[in-house]
Ligand binder design. Structure first.
Ligand SMILES: *[C@@H]1O[C@H](CO)[C@@H](O)[C@H](O)[C@H]1NC(C)=O
Ligand SMILES: *[C@@H]1O[C@H](CO)[C@@H](O)[C@H](O)[C@H]1NC(C)=O
Ligand SMILES: *[C@@H]1O[C@H](CO)[C@@H](O)[C@H](O)[C@H]1NC(C)=O
Ligand SMILES: *[C@@H]1O[C@H](CO)[C@@H](O)[C@H](O)[C@H]1NC(C)=O
Ligand SMILES: *[C@@H]1O[C@H](CO)[C@@H](O)[C@H](O)[C@H]1NC(C)=O
Ligand SMILES: *[C@@H]1O[C@H](CO)[C@@H](O)[C@H](O)[C@H]1NC(C)=O
Ligand SMILES: *[C@@H]1O[C@H](CO)[C@@H](O)[C@H](O)[C@H]1NC(C)=O
Ligand SMILES: *[C@@H]1O[C@H](CO)[C@@H](O)[C@H](O)[C@H]1NC(C)=O
Ligand SMILES: CC(=O)N[C@H]1CO[C@H](CO)[C@@H](O)[C@@H]1O
Length: 766
């Protein structure tokens, strides 16, 4: 009888639109949560206590080919052994999958469609190799600490931009049929002592900064959220009722996001059995404790969950809620009706001797290659390329030094210009900084299927244009000088790397030791600049760097910020340098004049009090009226743009101080429009930005990003940009009443090309 009911439900709830094509915008999932839960409820009636415990407990560290698995369930044969796998820029440890640009680089494109495309491509590749749950995107760290090791995995230090990046990635991934996992929840802002540090976060910055992108993920129907290693207010992230039960799953009336999916622990972040279940953790990963590089097969859940229900310390209601969330996410994303392939890779290590991998030199893993994966790399090449190219930010272009045209000779200088001799994948989890930097290090990496390094791309270009190249692909100063002396223009490559704290690279413990270029990059630039030729500096960096030394040389006429570009590094850079593409990227953080200016830094000891409140990055620089080198949102083009004609259209007149529901919060209430004109002589795209200023009496940043629109314009052409404001976008978190509230007083908006270039202003007349 159950079977009949179940079949009927499945037919009724069979998704109408599916799953295959990269349409945009697309319905974020084939089913809604209520439809998924109806199916999950029917299934729950059929499951034993032991089945439920198995659904909720990982099978152990490297107990299968993925980094996490649950067991198959005999009485529920359609439900698979779930495969959970990193990560946010590609499928970790798989072969022949794409290595996309990191989150921070696609964010620099400020292109919603491209963010969705990249997410969708990530999801398609994960699904093609049998991954059910892809561990990304990264919505935290937000990146309040510029040295923080994992900021590059996410999008921006601005919560609005990170919110858009997170939501678009979630939608793209889940449209491909894979479950997304927004991580790390919450307050995991540094690598040093990340498993012990206590993040003491006040409600205001919690809601207005750190929770914001997770709220957007929930609105995008994210299937799962990963709780983090750190403590919040003294309690482990994965057993904190305050953050899991109240902030994440609580209703809006309770100050929460109303998240319907499941919370999965970061690997080994679970510390208690029943405590974590009662606090809001739903799925324990990898299940056992990680000791060194192996699991101890001691499980905090599994049989203990059964005992706990039997002895009354865990209610059946809560257990069923956990199961409903986990299998509900499987129904939500339509994985019950998708043909899901077998897992096509193996993450287990170390099998170096038994399974050498001469192709890449990584030699660490047993890898299974499959035809469909190979075609995916080809299919997604263009997305990987565009995300890298459109994320390049032109910071300096003195006397139109760029694009480089009609060159007779060019010098390519610096070890960051070329792949290291041992191969792009030589270092396990990219845990070194040798050769050109196209990815940070840690679990948020994947193997490069190929890496077009800058030197290769420049060499090919030089051949087609008959340009002589002089190269020096180390940071050796005499060699750099002589290469520069022979050429018309010198390209000097510098970089700065960071990653996850389980690997230390050249004394950098995940977090960066400082914001200078690595390997004496400043001295390299100085030496070349002294050779007297025009110098263009190309920067590959995980996050903010201090550029004062580099900019102090008159001969440094150009600076190109190429981010963390992934497999298409050189090809994307070549387009910008030689004018095949007009750069349109903008900074997603501020480049300050000195490291101390940021105020926030890696805390030593075990407590981060978040005493800076909301005032991180441009929110701080604007509050203190500090000079910066390059402001948030800044980026040059080979053409110029002018802004005009701002107007606002109120869609709904609202009561400022009335009790509202969650739906109202995300409802558009006003549209702001403006005209942008291309006043130069080249076609190009402009990222128009909208910042909201709330009345200063409520102790709020001077301005906050609340909209952006990217428009492509021919020379002389004008076109409209439009920004939609939701109620939340003009609200602040009222700690007293624990609600979002539209403040009394004047609310104004400003529109322009960066956070410090805002020619248009208007008042929002509510
Ligand atoms: C699923 O079951 C729970 C517990 O009985 C109930 O609260 C919930 O409304 C059900 N969901 C649906 C969509 O029927
Ligand atoms: C319930 O379990 C039986 C076997 O015990 C199986 O045949 C049936 O398909 C299951 N129904 C659902 C809805 O999972
Ligand atoms: C953390 O502590 C601060 C300060 O006491 C408090 O305002 C906030 O609500 C707490 N947050 C959580 C999630 O417990
Ligand atoms: C119930 O069982 C759980 C799991 O084994 C255990 O942690 C807890 O201490 C037990 N509680 C009681 C009251 O026996
Ligand atoms: C990377 O460079 C470091 C420092 O020069 C060196 O010790 C290490 O062997 C290099 N690693 C590889 C894989 O080449
Ligand atoms: C390339 O440049 C060299 C030296 O500048 C010149 O001799 C040669 O004719 C050029 N070849 C082409 C195909 O333009
Ligand atoms: C990490 O925390 C411990 C205390 O648990 C402290 O002694 C140590 O100094 C901290 N390490 C750093 C680098 O801050
Ligand atoms: C409305 O305004 C009053 C007075 O400023 C304040 O006490 C109250 O908390 C506000 N919010 C609501 C929802 O009434
Ligand atoms: C098309 C492609 O990149 N194929 C590669 C898949 O991976 C194997 C193993 O590394 C390579 O040998 C193939 O060239």
């Amino acid at each position: 009888m159950m079977f009949t009911l179940f079949t009927l439900l499945s037919l009724l709830l069979a998704p109408s639109t599916l799953l295959t094509t990269a349409q945009h915008p697309a319905s974020p999932t084939p089913r809604r949560w209520d439809q998924a839960f109806l199916l999950a409820n029917a299934t729950l009636l059929n499951l034993t206590l032991a089945d439920k415990a198995a659904i909720l407990t990982g099978t152990g560290w490297y107990a299968g080919p993925c980094v996490g698995h649950t067991a198959p369930i005999a009485s529920f044969p359609e439900y698979p052994s779930l495969c959970l796998q990193d990560g946010p820029l590609g499928v970790r440890y798989a072969k022949n999958v794409s290595a996309f640009p990191a989150g921070v680089t696609v964010a620099q494109s400020w292109d919603r469609k491209l963010m969705w495309d990249r997410g969708n491509a990530l999801g398609e590749e994960a699904r093609a190799v049998g991954v059910h749950v892809q561990l990304g995107p990264v919505a935290g760290p937000l990146g309040k600490i510029p040295q923080g090791g994992r900021g590059w995995e996410g999008f921006s230090v601005d919560p609005f931009l990170t919110g858009v990046g997170t939501a678009q990635t979630v939608r793209g991934m889940q449209t491909a049929g894979v479950q997304a996992c927004a991580k790390h929840f919450i307050g995991n802002e540094q690598e040093v002592n990340r498993t012990t540090v206590n993040a003491e976060i006040g409600d205001r910055e919690m809601q207005e900064l750190y929770l914001w992108p997770f709220a957007e993920a929930v609105e995008a129907r994210v299937a799962s959220v990963m709780c983090s290693y750190n403590k919040v207010n003294g309690t482990w992230g994965c057993e904190s009722e305050g953050v899991l039960k109240r902030l994440l799953k609580g209703t809006y009336e309770e100050g929460g996001l109303g998240f319907s999916g499941y919370v999965v622990s970061d690997w080994g972040a679970q510390h208690t059995g029943i405590g974590s279940a009662n606090a809001g953790l739903d799925l324990a990963m990898p299940g056992d404790n990680i000791v060194g590089d192996t699991g101890d097969r001691k499980f905090l859940w599994g049989d203990a969950l059964i005992e706990a229900v039997n002895n009354g310390s865990l209610t059946t209601e809560r257990l069923d809620d956990m199961v409903r969330r986990v299998i509900g996410a499987w129904y939500l994303t339509g994985q019950d009706i998708l043909a899901y392939p077998e897992v096509g890779f193996d993450s287990r290590t170390p099998f170096q001797e038994a399974n050498p991998d001469p192709g890449t030199g990584s030699g660490m893993r047993r890898l299974v290659g499959r035809q469909e994966e190979i075609s995916m790399v080809e299919k997604h090449k263009d997305i990987a390329f565009r995300a890298a190219r459109d994320g390049i930010v032109l910071l300096k272009n003195e006397g139109k030094a760029l694009p480089l045209t009609n060159l007779k000779s060019l010098a390519i200088i610096g070890e960051d210009a070329a792949t290291m001799p041992e191969g792009a994948n030589a270092c396990m989890d990219r845990g070194c900084n040798n050769g050109t930097l196209a990815m940070g290090w840690g679990s948020g990496t994947s193997d490069f299927p190929y890496l077009i390094d800058p030197l290769t791309a420049m060499t090919n270009h030089a051949k087609t244009t008959n340009t002589s190249l002089f190269t020096s692909t180390t940071n050796d100063i005499p060699a750099a000088r002589s290469a520069a002396a022979a050429a018309d223009v010198a390209l000097v490559f510098v970089n700065s790397n960071s990653g996850e704290g389980y690997i230390t690279v050249e004394d950098n413990p995940g977090d960066r030791l400082d914001l200078n270029p690595w390997h004496n990059g400043n001295a390299l630039v100085a030496a070349v600049a002294e050779a007297g030729k025009p110098v263009v500096v190309v920067v590959h960096s995980v996050g903010p760097m201090i550029l004062e030394d580099i900019l102090s040389h008159e001969n440094v006429v150009g600076v190109v910020w190429a981010g963390i570009p992934g497999q298409e590094s050189g090809s994307s850079l070549k387009e910008v340098l030689f004018g095949g593409y007009n750069p349109s990227g903008k900074l997603v953080f501020t480049i300050a004049k000195s490291e101390e200016d940021y105020l926030t830094k890696v805390v030593t000891g075990d407590v981060d009090t978040f005493e800076e409140g909301q005032y991180v990055d441009y929110r701080r620089f604007d509050k203190e009226d500090m000079e910066v080198r390059y402001p948030f949102g800044y980026g040059l083009s080979y053409t110029t743009f002018q802004y005009g004609d701002i107007s606002s259209n109120i869609l709904h007149h609202i009561e400022r101080n009335a009790s509202i529901g969650k739906l109202d919060l995300y409802e558009p209430i006003a549209t702001i429009s403006a005209m942008v004109t291309n006043t130069g002589d080249k076609a190009g795209a402009e990222v128009a930005q909208l910042y909201v200023s709330l009345p200063q009496e409520i102790d709020t940043p001077v301005r906050q990003l609340r909209g952006f629109d990217k428009i492509m314009l021919e020379p002389g052409q004008s076109g409209p940009v439009e920004f939609q404001l939701r109620r939340k976008d003009i609200s602040f978190w009222n700690v007293g009443i624990q609600r979002w509230e539209v403040p009394k007083g004047e609310i104004s908006v400003a529109v322009g090309g960066s956070s410090r270039d805002l020619p248009l202003k208007a008042i929002v007349e509510l």
